[in-house]
Write a protein that binds this ligand. Sequence first.
Ligand SMILES: NC(=O)c1ccc[n+]([C@@H]2O[C@H](COP(=O)([O-])OP(=O)(O)OC[C@H]3O[C@@H](n4cnc5c(N)ncnc54)[C@H](O)[C@@H]3O)[C@@H](O)[C@H]2O)c1
Ligand SMILES: [Fe+2]
Length: 389
Amino acid sequence: MSATIFGPRIMLIGGGSIGRIGEVLDKLAVRHPLIVTDPFMVSSGMISALIEPLTAAGVEHAVFSDTVPDPTTTVIEAGAALMASGSYDGLIGFGGGSPMDTAKAINILAAHGGRMRDYKVPNGVDTAAVPLVCVPTTAGTGSEVTRGTVITDVETDEKMLIMCLGAQAQAAIVDFELTMKKPFRLTADTGIDSFTHALEAFVSQKRNLFSDSMATAAMKRIGDWLERACSHPDDRAAREQMMLGATQAGIAFSNASVALVHGMSRPIGAHFHVPHGLSNAMLLPTVTKFSLEAALDRYAEAGRLIGAAGTGDDDPAAAAKLLDWLYAINERLEVPTPAGFGIGESAWFGLVDTMATQCIASGSHANNPRIPEKDQIVELYHQVWAANR
Ligand SMILES: NC(=O)c1ccc[n+]([C@@H]2O[C@H](COP(=O)([O-])OP(=O)(O)OC[C@H]3O[C@@H](n4cnc5c(N)ncnc54)[C@H](O)[C@@H]3O)[C@@H](O)[C@H]2O)c1
Ligand SMILES: [Fe+2]
């Protein structure tokens, strides 16, 4: 069996690499890019880390900064209209997963027209309009290296997964210095998102030896450094390790798929606007407990990799220690329950059935080592609400 591996053509990795953006655009023959970012990147001044080297390289550019967290079809259509109104020959996604995903979606619409829902899994396209450079400022979604973009359809409230080569950036600039000012909550949430990518890729039914190599490296790195990055935000080594771990986890899941945690997480994001990493964190222990027996050896290995279990632990013990670690880290990183986040009980239970249907429609549940029926997904949402162990 051979595996197909996708990734960017160029990756710059390391502190200060954003300063080399001109070089990257040159290689891609981009002379007039449209920057896709969000309002905070502009108001906080963070965008100057990108604008200054662009200006120094003499690259004319325009900025679209209307991205919202969990980007919507409304924003994508506005961005695609702006793209069509100018003579842009490239896109730069600058920010967290939301701006990068927005840039990807604009690029697909600009090339193929139609509506974003035309491209959700299992449909997709292999091409996009112009070369795309992604520059993450969170560590993170890994979107800079993935074939994924996640867009909320405002007509159906569905957080749609689009997974195709048309959503792959040609270049990724992975500069941890852009993450140095992330506050505690964002560091924790985005770091758990990365860990979830790695763990889900490692147990995915679509895993392969290559994705395993990225997933294991990422899990170890994130397991070693996540809490340090949260407790010591100025620690450059912790930020650097987390950034690399996020990118490796992105490569892992882009080439092996995420699974049930992400399948159940997207609807929570769409309906209740829980930040993506946080909804993953709310689900991760419960879904892992449900899945444990179906891939005991893999979960055990993950437990050993992150140091929750030792080499002397047999598989059941090591897998149980991984589960304990997942519950414990949620406590240490102050992950709230859905109710603690402010979601009303009747709103949650009123949408549990719809969320389970949307989870199944995304197909991610089918990559899980234990594939749930719809009623089991409903039951898992119940357990997550009750925060049962
Ligand atoms: N394409 C993929 O492969 C993929 C994978 C996982 C998640 N996603 C999607 O990515 C989105 C989430 O992305 P995210 O978690 O990176 O958050 P985000 O992009 O939504 O950003 C969240 C907030 O953090 C701020 N922010 C970003 N970088 C910062 C920094 N360095 N310092 C301070 N504040 C900063 C942003 O301005 C924003 O207000 C979701 O829509 C999710 O579904 C995509
Ligand atoms: Fe994710």
